[in-house]
Design a protein around this ligand. Structure first.
Ligand code: ADP
Length: 694
């Protein structure tokens, strides 16, 4: 055959091949089928012994391929193809976007020896490679080879380039079709998962649903889920499905430890095709479960932008691809929201249970009413105290339960429309008509967005009884003591007056003691009476204009025996001329005596006491100061209350009732004045009060 004739025959064959190929390309959409058919025809018609087509995604990563050697089709993982692309001739073609003709592969550095090359034939080869380009977009690369060096010519190159141009469009279509199919699959899987995952609010169920959705979407041997414990900064496995995986539940690993720990820390999804060659892999988990992990896809679970845990799918039936990442990330995001909701629900449930427990375990009756006063909730103690059963309570109004103080709560509870709680004392209206006194504590509460009232009733009958006993005692002391006491006093006075001048001085001193003691009892009885009168709101008795200095002198005289006895110095400081004050003389004298007695009693023996008065505006100010143990600031107000004593005094043996200062306060305030204390522990105390100028 002449050269021209051969050329014509070749051209004819080329054209036939091209038309054949374009028909093949038009017939199928499935990318792998297209690739295999095109490669098979090309290898056969060009006379090559082996060949490959690698399809790339837009990031230049291999997504599909067809490889034929000696008429056999090979399976290659995308990782192996990546090596070819990084180091082999195909890579050079892709990077340079141009076809290449290699006459002898042994002499061309662009060639990489591959396992699917003919094993026996390691001699030089001829190769031709062309890029699959669609309008400058790199879609893949096609390579053909032959064992004879120099086998391929420029014409072969042109032909391969022509096939590659056609195959490019088909590969792109196939790739896009594949991608859209996959996206559709993933989307419908995720849509189904969203419903299933959010179907429950119970955390354990939510976790189980998440695992089920992953198992359904990816064909894997096991799935597990771990959540971050923010307190310890560890990951705790909370749920798992698959052989032996129940042993994993409760296992904790540190952040950054293992593949799960790495994902939790970095917040990135990873596919590890072979865990044995990944240094991040932490085999201790397998040791515990007895499961043998080969390959993992692991994705973070996010809630409100924060990584709160990880999802892991292990050992797929087919290697993990893009789909696995999309599914895991999609479910990871859904899971975050669902877990967040379930955790919130759990917290609300706990709070609700705690409230219920408090409500029921309270010893005080608690009720909830609406703003009409209708009882909506009542705890067990309400039933016990009122005698009404639960059913009856729900038909009653709060005013059936106790005498509501309408002055305090306002008509239609209007004073409770602010957030402030109110308290008052009232009588409980029990079914048995028994007298029970209660303290009522009522405040507005919000229940399901509507304003309600919460009522807490405290049985104070016992306290009331004690108050009554004290009251009765006070009256008894006054009425039953005063007249006999007056008789004792006058009897003693008579005795003093008839005592002969030359009698034994012992008689005189015994009588003096008796007189002073009687005076003290008399003062105490009068102060008790004044206290109960003033407390009941009565005004002070007859007032006279007196010189404050006289009051001071008489008070100091009255306590002189006890201060002298204890060797305490009493320093009196007062201006020579002071305006007169208008007071109930006996009462104010008792105030001064009370303060002086305390200043002596709570002072050290030999301690100093000073007493004085001065004019201050339209008032005369009087004070009693000591150098004793002092009073801590927290007790400054309390000691003016009835029966209140500073704990250390009460236990240190110093006697008293805690009534003296309460009387002083009532007496001074009854005169329109004020009384207060300035004192520090161990620095002494100064009691000051004011009286109106006459
Ligand atoms: P009583 O002295 O009978 O206990 P008071 O009402 O007079 O009752 O005083 C109440 C409490 O105040 C006393 O128990 C004591 O603890 C404290 N107190 C009063 N005066 C003084 C004082 N001058 N120094 C230290 N503590 C005092």
């Amino acid at each position: 055959m002449t050269k021209v004739a051969k050329h014509t025959t070749d051209s004819q064959a080329f054209l036939e091949l091209l038309s054949h190929i374009s028909k093949e390309l038009a017939a199928a959409l499935d990318l792998s089928v297209v690739l295999e058919r095109v490669l098979f025809l090309s290898v056969k018609n060009v006379g090559a012994t082996s060949g490959s087509i690698i399809v790339l995604n837009d990031q230049g990563k291999p997504v599909d391929s067809a490889i034929i050697s000696q008429g056999k089709v090979f399976d290659k993982t995308t990782e192996q193809l990546q090596v070819t692309l990084d180091q082999g001739l195909a890579g050079w073609v892709v990077r340079n976007k141009q076809s290449a003709l290699v006459e002898d592969t042994d002499k061309d550095k662009r060639w990489l020896q591959r396992s699917y090359d003919n094993a026996e034939d390691t001699g030089p080869k001829s190769s031709v490679s062309a890029p699959l380009l669609v309008r400058d977009r790199m879609v893949g690369v096609m390579t053909l080879s032959h064992p004879t060096p120099g086998f391929f010519t420029e014409e072969h190159l042109t032909l391969v380039q022509a096939i590659a141009d056609q195959a490019g469009i088909a590969a792109l279509n196939g790739r896009l079709y594949g991608e859209s199919q996959r996206t559709a699959r993933v989307m419908s899987a995720l849509a189904g998962s969203a419903d299933a995952i959010s179907a429950s609010l119970q955390l354990d169920e939510v976790l189980q649903n998440i695992l089920e959705q992953i198992s359904q979407a990816l064909e894997v041997e096991a799935v597990s889920l771990a959540l971050i414990d923010t307190e310890t900064n560890e990951l705790e496995y909370r749920a798992a499905t698959g052989k032996g995986t129940e042993n994993i539940i409760g296992l904790r690993i540190k952040m950054g430890q293992g593949i799960a720990g790495w994902v939790a820390q970095e917040g990135e999804t990873v596919i590890v095709p072979d865990v044995n060659i990944d240094p991040r892999f932490y085999p201790k988990v397998d040791d515990r479960t007895g499961f043998q992990t080969r390959s993992i896809v692991c994705a973070p679970i996010r809630s409100k932008g924060q990584v709160i845990g990880v999802l892991q799918a292990l050992n797929p039936i087919n290697p993990f691809g893009e789909d696995a990442i999309l599914v895991m990330e999609g479910i990871g995001n859904l899971a975050g929201t669902a877990i967040g909701h379930a955790q919130l629900f759990e917290q609300i449930e706990i709070a609700r249970r705690r409230y219920l427990e408090l409500f029921e375990s309270s010893v005080d009756p608690i009720m909830v009413t609406d703003f009409e006063g209708r009882i909506i909730e009542a705890n067990h103690p309400t039933i016990l105290l009122t005698g009404h059963d639960e059913e009856a309570l729900h038909t009653l109004n709060i005013h059936h339960i106790h005498q509501v103080d309408w002055n305090i709560v306002g008509k239609k509870f209007e004073n409770l429309k602010t957030d402030d709680p109110l308290t008052y004392e009232a009588k409980l209206l029990t079914k048995t008509e028994e007298d029970i006194f209660i303290e009522v504590y009522v405040r507005p509460v919000d229940i399901d967005g509507t304003a309600h009232l919460q009522w807490i009733l405290r049985d104070i009958s016992e306290r009331k009884n004690l108050d009554q006993i004290r009251e009765d005692l006070t009256h008894m002391i006054y009425h039953d003591l005063r007249s006999p006491l007056a008789n004792v006093s006058s009897g003693l006075d008579v005795l003093v007056s008839i005592l002969p001048e030359d009698s034994d001085p012992t008689f005189k001193s015994v009588l003096d003691i008796a007189i002073r003691s009687t005076e003290r009892v008399h003062r105490l009885a009068s102060s008790l009476l004044d206290t109960s009168r003033l407390e009941a709101g009565q005004k002070i008795g007859k007032t006279l204009s007196v010189d404050p200095n006289d009051l001071v002198k008489e008070a100091v005289e009255a306590i002189a025996p006890s201060t002298t006895n204890r060797k305490q110095k009493v320093i009196i400081s007062m201006p020579s001329k002071l305006p007169k004050v208008k007071v109930d003389v006996d009462m104010i004298k008792r105030v001064l005596i009370n303060l002086l007695e305390n200043a002596s009693k709570y002072n050290s023996p030999k301690g100093d006491i000073s007493i004085g008065s001065k004019k201050k505006g339209s008032w005369v100010q009087m004070w009693v100061e000591d150098s004793g143990r002092g009073i801590s600031e927290k007790d400054h107000n309390r000691i003016f209350e009835k029966f209140e004593r500073v704990q250390s005094n009460a236990t240190s043996g110093s006697k008293g009732l805690g009534i003296g200062l309460a009387f002083c306060k009532l007496a001074v305030e009854g005169h329109g004045g004020k009384i207060w204390v300035d004192s520090e522990i161990d620095k002494g105390s100064r009691f000051t009060f004011t009286l109106p100028i006459a």
